[in-house]
Design a protein around this ligand. Structure first.
Ligand code: BDR
Ligand code: CA
Length: 312
């Protein structure tokens, strides 16, 4: 099985991604690391532990960064994920505790333990990954792949016309991640806005798998209400769980190679700027930027069916 660490800010779609990964026989989840984003890092950590208890798995949870590296924190989007991060469903607190190590230290130690084998899946702002690179720059060469949900190459943003929320929450950290010498795959709004998850699918998962499916169905209602009230849609976009599908079956996606950098100030702050491979520019910001794989196409039917069958 492919070894993964999931860095996360749960979050309703984070919960979908994590329970999906726990159920996937192709994946071995080595740990969860948490960050602020949809909720505070304290609550994200509680929620991550809760997910391990719902799935009845024992994996370490390591708490990570509480604020962006260089900008003021933005308010938590409780109108999208609820005050509890799970759509205000009033769950009891988890029993377990986070480990003593920080998220960044856990990432470094685990990658060192399994050189070349660990894929980092990032579902929130990228502060923990940036910190891991600072603690030990060598990890860039020792990680198998970084697969992140965030950004957008050509689709509109979701927190500004050009910015996606995870990148906007810590643009400096994101720019570090995109310019470090590791293989990064970006799964952004270009593809996640092409996939609609609805109550038909969630209802079937609940029927087949009452515990996990019931939990996901319940927390998704708040999220679906948000999307249905804002946009002309009957369901929600499929953000974080797309990364899990990608590591299980990359053929579901079509990718383009290019350099990605992040605007760190001004009106375009948080924008992931994409320069397709082969284009050269005299501007020094674009010298020697590593190639990112940017997902631009997705087979929505195949993706949703992988999600449904894995969780059922
Ligand atoms: C991303 O932002 C968060 O609110 C979601 O969990 C997802 O990771 C979508 O822009
Ligand atoms: Ca997330």
């Amino acid at each position: 099985a492919r070894k993964i660490i999931i860095d996360t800010d749960p979050g309703i779609d984070d919960a979908m991604a994590i329970l999906f990964a726990f159920q996937a026989p192709q994946l071995e989840v080595l740990g969860l690391t948490t960050t602020f984003g949809n909720v505070s890092v304290e609550l994200a950590t509680q929620n991550a532990i809760k997910l391990t208890e719902i799935a009845k798995v024992t994996v370490p949870v390591a708490k990570g960064v509480a604020i962006p590296s260089q900008i003021a924190p933005r308010p938590h989007p409780d109108f999208v994920h609820g005050k509890d991060g799970f759509g205000n469903i009033d769950l009891p607190a988890p029993q377990g505790k986070a480990i003593e190590k920080s998220a960044a230290q856990f990432i470094v130690d685990t990658v060192r333990e399994f050189p070349g084998e660990v894929t980092l899946i990032a579902l929130g702002p990228l502060g923990n990954l940036a910190k891991a690179l600072e603690l030990d720059p060598e990890v860039a060469n020792l990680v198998d792949e970084v697969v992140l949900m965030g950004g957008t190459a050509i689709e509109y943003g979701n927190v500004s016309p050009v910015a996606e929320a995870n990148i906007m929450n810590d643009p400096h950290a994101a720019d570090k991640v995109f310019t470090a010498p590791w293989q990064v795959t970006m799964i952004g709004l270009d593809v996640t806005h092409q996939v609609l998850l609805d109550n038909d699918i969630l209802g079937r998962i609940r029927q087949a798998n009452p515990e996990e499916g019931g939990f996901l169905f319940d927390c998704a209602q708040y999220y679906i209400d948000f999307y249905s009230s804002r946009f002309d849609m009957n369901g929600c976009y499929f953000h974080d769980a797309s990364t899990i599908a990608y590591v299980m079956d990359p053929s579901i996606f079509g990718v383009e190679l290019g350099a990605v950098r992040v605007a760190c100030e001004g009106i375009g702050i948080g924008q992931t700027i994409f320069a397709p491979q082969g284009m050269t520019f005299p501007e020094p910001h674009w010298n020697d930027v590593p190639m990112t794989q940017v997902c631009m196409e997705v087979n929505s039917e195949k993706l949703l069916s992988l999600f449904e069958t894995t969780l059922s």
